[in-house]
Design a protein around this ligand. Structure first.
Ligand code: 0A1
Ligand code: ZN
Length: 884
């Protein structure tokens, strides 16, 4: 196993490569246990590198059988060769050809990096450092090469042979028993974008005509029999291609675009040039097997990988410190796409919920890191919510600050100037500075400083002067390695809400603020504190701050409960109407938590419940209403507490509020449930999905308030459901209460769907999240279930991942049993798949914010892992940073 080197990789040590590899010819003979790879590299000294430097190629567990330099064999005993490196001490200082033959065992590759098998298919995953598990190479993103790939295999085992680019030749061998295909990708690319697939898969074909009239053959390749389940992905792909042409002016550039879905994949999907490889969870969908959320994820991930063709592939990253250059930007682009395809308001709420759930805790704990990190031990561990989601938020802020037109000019400049190169964040930002004619140095701190800033705001109304003054202060706590922070540039979109809606914003040159500082209703907080005074304000307004969540910060404004009710009812900004309801609920819940911990009861607040009742009855946009009536999650409340977190008290407080809402609004919930019944054939579109979302959110609350009646309703829905959305929602409602109804429904669900692995993942996850004391025992039993396997990342995530991240009370069980269990699985899994093990371990990221007893138990579990002798680099990095 590759273990950690003591020294981290540092951004400041970046040096251009000493050699370049212009062309790579790969000859791959697929074999289950002994795949032969002959790699012919056209190498030349880099004019920008050091002369006479040694050539050091990366490997990872390799074994070279033969090496030649310009046709001359190199004595393997004399070459500086190890499984992890191939060194030519004095390579020619002119172009030369190096040929290397390696043999690898894809069936033994349980790390799912490099060439591995998923079922009987062969596939690859090379980002970030998987290519070196196939052959020795300069496995770094700033070495761009043109690849020609010949693949040979038994026809019966692998009738389908794919690689990047366009197919240039194919044919039979040995009378048709074997065959081969040659693929050529004319676009120079880094090794992490290389891909190869061989297998017996079912294919769906379509085509797309680009805006300049070029025909692109589209193929999606899935397990035989699942072809109809690829239709939605194909539709999403065509919409993505069209959208990138209109929204960003980006056209597809090859004659073919292939997507392959596999069931064993460490992440969501991978953007290999012209040959995206997907976790099948993000391709396969049918109404009976996929929820509306699954459809939305498929649309988003298909788009994300496709959009990488420009942001990631045509313009790639100079080094892995620049990961957010492609990931943050591509997430920004896929968010925009989904917002255009669906309701922008609802989408924004979902994105912010996800950001706060995954990124805020990361930024507040020991794993906090910059959007553009400066050191790493293991790059696999930097595919994080900070790089992806916060990276996207930073770009969104940039757009808010400089405006749409300058932003579009900056993007075009970036595409024009950096196409075909491996770029940096500085390159990217320079395009917007130029386009907007503005110094973005201070703004760039978002890339260089970690942690979520807190913005405190206060408002004062002066009735005599008819002015309203807002004062903002920003605070940033120290994060690992960063004790002091410079102020961030925080765009605060805002409005003042009066009795009849938004008031006009008039700003005077007072208190150091000038009219210029608020353009397009966006206030730029770029200093530790600033004031702004609004003029001609007829009566005390309610400020609506951080509209649309214009910056990834925590906002603290002492709005009264009456103010929050005003915002819920009248704010023109749909995000802030939702935010006001969340803020109200969160305050209420935090007070309940304090009461419960002091031996008292949960708090009751009819004013809040009535406000929700009004929202529910008005309900012109069901998807939005569903978001409005969904309370902050237990993890949200824990995050709002920040420290001394007691998950049991949080659960009790939230449960009590759900019960109170369910009881008090029972009639309204039932009526919303009835009004939003299915009214036609299934469609996954946002409108129909929104109706189901509201109906199921209403069912959930109704079950909390009226458990007996609710269970009856849920059971009826469970029996009658012909969509997975309705079926799993009913099962979730039934799972709220222990007893034979729940167990019977779980059995029925398993029998109905035993053949559908992705649905069985849901069955595992739902049980893992039951907040009851015997859940851990249930999970241990499920780990022995025939359908469970530690080898399959989706299974691990569905059972163990769902427990560690979706079951706050049981993962954080007061006796430490949840921590011990997850730590044990991490250690087992580390032997097979370190990357997935390390991700699971990151569930401990908020351990320091727990109350003292749990904190001690979580720390002990982490220390036990740290004390293990043979940890992978991945797990070692996470455990050391977690304890650091
Ligand atoms: N670039 C992919 C994500 C990805 C990253 C690493 C992987 O394996 C270690 C796989 C996929 C994306 O952003 O979609
Ligand atoms: Zn990506």
């Amino acid at each position: 196993m590759r273990t950690d080197s003591a020294e981290p990789v540092r951004l400041k040590d970046y040096k251009a490569p000493d050699y370049l590899i212009d062309a790579v010819d790969l000859d791959v003979k697929l074999h289950a246990t002994a795949t032969r790879i002959v790699s012919r590299l056209s190498i030349r000294p880099n004019p920008h590198g050091r002369r006479d430097a040694a050539l050091v190629l990366d490997g990872d567990g390799l074994n070279a059988r033969r090496i030649t330099l310009d046709g001359e064999a190199i004595d393997l005993d004399k070459a500086l060769l190890s499984p992890d490196q191939l060194t030519l001490a004095a390579p020619p200082q002119r172009p030369f050809a190096l040929e290397i033959e390696t043999e690898i065992d894809p069936s033994a590759n349980t790390r799912l990096m490099g060439l591995y098998r998923s079922g009987s298919a062969y596939c690859t995953q090379c980002e970030p450092e998987g290519f070196r598990r196939i052959t020795y190479f300069l496995d770094r993103p700033d070495v761009l090469s043109v690849y020609t790939v010949r693949i040979e295999a038994d026809r019966s085992e692998a009738p389908l042979l794919l690689s990047n680019g366009n197919l240039i030749e194919a044919g039979d061998l040995e009378g048709g028993k074997r065959h081969y295909a040659v693929w050529r990708d004319p676009f120079p690319k880094p090794s992490y974008l290389f891909a190869l697939v061989g297998g017996d898969l079912g294919s769906v074909h379509d085509e797309f005509i680009t805006k300049s009239g070029r025909k692109v053959a589209l193929g999606i390749h899935v397990e035989h029999g699942k072809e109809p389940h690829a239709a939605y992905a194909m539709d999403a792909l065509k919409r993505s291609m069209a959208w990138d042409e209109t929204a960003f002016g980006r056209e597809y550039d090859l004659d073919v675009f292939n997507i392959v879905a596999v069931s064993d994949f460490n992440m969501g999907a991978m953007e290999n040039k012209g040959l995206n490889i997907f976790n099948d969870k993000y391709v396969l969908a049918s109404p009976a097997t996929a929820t509306d959320a699954d459809y939305a994820h498929i649309e988003a991930v298909i788009a994300h990988e496709y959009f990488h063709n420009w942001t990631g592939n045509r313009i790639t990253c100079r080094d892995w410190f620049q990961l957010c250059l492609k990931e943050g930007l591509t997430v920004f682009r896929d968010h925009e796409f989904s917002s255009d395809m669906r309701s922008r308001a609802v989408h924004r709420i979902a994105d912010v919920r996800a950001l706060r759930a995954a990124q805020f805790p990361e930024d507040a704990g020991p794993l906090a890191h910059n959007v553009r990190p400066e050191t790493y031990h293991e790059i696999n561990n930097f595919y994080t919510a900070t790089i992806y989601e916060k990276g996207a938020e930073v770009i969104r802020m940039l757009k808010v600050l400089i405006g749409e037109a300058a932003f579009a000019r900056g993007m075009n400049l970036y595409f024009d100037r950096y196409d075909g190169t491996a770029a940096t964040i500085e390159d990217f930002i320079s395009c917007f500075a130029e386009a907007a004619n503005r110094d973005l140095t201070a703004f760039s701190r978002w890339y260089h400083q970690s942690g979520t800033p807190l913005v405190e705001a206060n408002g004062a109304y002066d009735a005599a002067a008819r002015t309203f003054t807002l004062e903002f202060r920003q605070f940033s706590k120290p994060t690992p390695g960063q004790d002091h922070k410079e102020p961030f540039v925080i765009p605060i979109a805002l409005g003042l809400v009066g009795r009849d809606g938004d008031l006009p914003l008039k700003v005077g040159a007072q208190n150091g603020a000038s009219a210029l500082e608020i353009s397009r209703a966006v206030f730029e907080l770029s200093a530790p504190s600033r004031k702004i005074t609004f003029l001609d304000v007829p009566s005390r307004p309610v400020p609506s701050l951080l509209r649309g969540f214009s910056a990834p910060v925590r906002l603290d404004y002492p709005a009264s409960e009456a103010d929050l009710i005003t915002l819920i009812a009248h704010d023109s900004d749909s995000f802030n109407r939702w935010q006001a309801a969340q803020t109200y609920a969160s305050r209420l819940l935090l007070r309940s938590v304090a009461n419960i911990r002091a031996g008292g009861e949960a708090r009751h607040d009819q004013g809040f419940i009535d406000a929700l009742g009004v929202v529910l009855n008005k309900s012109s946009d069901p998807a939005y209403t569903a978001q409005m009536i969904t309370l902050p999650s237990e993890a949200d409340i824990a995050r709002d507490m920040g420290e001394d977190v007691d998950p049991d008290a949080i659960h009790a407080a939230r449960d009590a509020l759900r019960q109170a809402i369910g009881k008090s609004l029972a009639a309204g919930l039932l009526s919303a449930y009835a009004r939003h019944a299915e009214n036609g054939p299934y469609s996954p579109d946002a409108e129909a999905a929104g109706r189901r979302a509201l109906r199921n959110a209403a069912l959930d609350l109704y079950c909390a308030g009226e458990p007996v009646e609710g269970a009856r309703l849920a059971a009826r829905q469970f029996e009658a459901a012909d969509t997975m959305t309705n079926e799993i929602a009913a099962l979730g409602a039934l799972a709220q209460r222990a007893g034979s109804l729940r167990e019977g429904a779980l059995d029925t669900f398993y029998r109905r769907h035993a053949a559908e692995a992705l649905v069985i993942d849901k069955w595992f996850a739902l049980q893992a999240m039951i907040p009851e004391t015997d859940t851990l025992e249930r999970i241990q039993k499920l780990m022995r279930h025939a359908a469970f396997s530690l080898q399959n990342p989706n299974r691990v995530r569905s059972l163990i991942g769902a427990f560690a991240t979706g079951n706050q009370t049981r993962f954080n069980a007061p006796d430490g049993s949840g921590y011990d269990f997850v730590a044990g699985v991490v250690l087992d899994l580390d032997q097979k798949n370190p990357q997935v093990a390390a991700r699971l371990l990151a569930a401990f990221k908020s351990w320091r914010s727990l109350e003292a007893k749990r904190r001690g138990l979580a720390e002990a579990a982490l220390r036990r892992i740290a004390a293990e002798g043979a940890l992978s680099a991945d797990v070692k990095d996470i455990v050391e940073r977690s304890l650091g």
